[in-house]
Design a protein around this ligand. Structure first.
Ligand code: 48F
Length: 292
C-alpha cells in the first residue's frame, strides 16, 4: 500500500448523489416491490433478482435482517429444521447438526443474517434502507400496484411537519414486513381485506385451529407479536407459514411472519427455516404472477 487515489470532496458527494438518484429513479417503476428486508424478503429478493427482474426492497431500518440477528432471548444462535439447511448451503452459511435431534440445525445468527442480506444485493436487488412503507397504491378499485413511501425519520420528527410521502409502483408487491404485515394491514384498514384471512377458505394447507382464549391473551401481550397470532407452536407454524405463502389479493403476495399475521397462525418461535423457504416460495408465486 502506498496511498489512496486523490479525489476532491465535491466528486465524492456527486458520486453518492448520482448513484443514489439513479437507483431511486429505477425504483419508481419495478417488476417486484418487496416491503421488508428480513430473512423472507431478502431471500425472495435474491431469487427474483437472479432471474434478471427489477427488484426493489424497502426497509425502514438502517440495515437489513429484521428479527434474524437474534435467535431468541438475546442468544445469537438461530435454528433451522430439515430441509431448510439446504438454503444455508446455497448461501455458504456454516451450520451444525444438533446432537440426538435429527433434522435440527444451528447457525450463528449474524453470519446467517449478513449472508442472506448480501445475497439479495449480490443478485442485483435495489435496496432502500431508512425507507418506510406508509400506504398502498390501489388501482382500478382493487389491484395493489405500489407503495407510498417516506424517509423513516420523517415519522418521528418533532412537531410532526407535514412532509408528503411519494408513491412508487410495481407489477407485484410482496409483503415481507414480519409480524406487522404492514401492506395487508393497510389494505384491511382501507376495507379491501378482512384480517385474519380464513384459513379454511384456502385450499393450499391444513386448517389451523387456534384457541380463542389464547388469542385473547396474546392480544394483550406487548413486544414481538401480532394480535392475530395464535399461541406458540413451532412445528405447526413453520409448515403452515410455507403452505400459506401465496397471493392474498390482486397484486399482493405475502411471505414470512406476515403470513402468520394474515392467516392468524400459531406464533412461530425462534426458528427460521420457514422464513427462508417461504421467501423462496413467494418468489415462485411472483414469477407465476408475472408470467415469466
Ligand atoms: O421481522 P422480519 O425479520 O420478518 P420475516 O422475514 O422474519 C421473521 C423472523 O425474523 C422472526 C420470526 C421467525 O422466527 O418470528 O421474527 O418474516 O423482517 C421484517 C422487516 O420488515 C421491516 C422491518 O424493519 C424488518 O426488517 N419493516 C416492517 N415494517 C416496515 C418495514 C415498513 N412499514 N416499511 C419498511 N420496512
Amino acid at each position: 500500500f502506498d496511498s489512496f487515489a486523490a479525489v476532491d470532496e465535491a466528486a465524492v458527494t456527486r458520486a453518492i448523489s448520482d448513484h443514489w438518484g439513479e437507483g431511486f429513479r429505477e425504483s419508481i417503476e419495478s417488476d417486484v416491490l418487496i416491503v421488508g428486508g428480513g430473512p423472507s424478503g431478502s431471500i425472495a429478493a435474491k431469487e427474483l433478482a437472479e432471474r434478471d427482474l427489477d427488484v426493489v426492497v424497502l426497509e425502514r431500518e438502517n440495515y437489513l435482517g429484521g428479527g434474524f440477528w437474534q435467535g431468541g432471548y438475546l442468544m445469537n444462535t438461530v435454528t433451522f429444521r430439515d430441509p431448510s439447511q439446504h438454503i444455508l448451503d446455497e448461501l455458504d452459511v456454516r451450520y451444525e447438526s444438533v446432537k440426538d435431534q435429527p433434522g435440527l440445525f444451528v447457525a450463528n445468527a449474524p453470519h446467517a443474517t449478513a449472508a442472506t442480506a448480501a445475497a439479495a444485493g449480490a443478485a442485483g436487488a435495489t435496496i432502500h434502507t431508512m425507507t418506510e412503507f406508509t400506504d398502498v397504491v390501489i388501482r382500478d378499485g382493487y389491484r395493489v400496484t405500489g407503495a407510498v413511501i417516506n424517509w423513516t425519520p420523517v415519522g418521528s420528527l418533532p412537531n410532526d411537519p407535514p412532509i408528503d410521502p411519494v408513491p412508487i409502483t410495481a407489477d407485484v408487491v410482496i409483503d415481507a414486513s414480519g409480524h406487522d404485515a404492514v401492506v395487508a394491514a393497510k389494505l384491511a384498514q382501507r376495507g379491501a381485506l378482512d384480517l385474519p384471512l380464513d384459513t379454511a377458505a384456502t385450499d393450499n394447507g391444513p386448517e389451523v385451529e387456534t384457541d380463542p382464549d389464547a388469542e385473547a391473551i396474546d392480544r394483550r401481550l406487548p413486544g414481538h407479536d401480532a394480535s392475530t397470532h395464535g399461541s406458540m407452536w413451532i412445528n405447526e407454524s413453520e409448515d403452515a407459514v410455507v403452505e400459506h405463502t401465496d397471493t392474498i389479493h390482486d397484486g399482493l403476495i405475502v411471505t414470512g411472519m406476515a403470513v402468520g399475521t394474515v392467516f392468524g397462525l400459531p406464533r412461530m418461535g425462534p426458528t427460521f427455516g420457514a422464513m427462508l423457504v417461504s421467501g423462496k416460495r413467494a418468489a415462485r408465486v411472483a414469477l407465476r404472477e408475472l408470467d415469466v
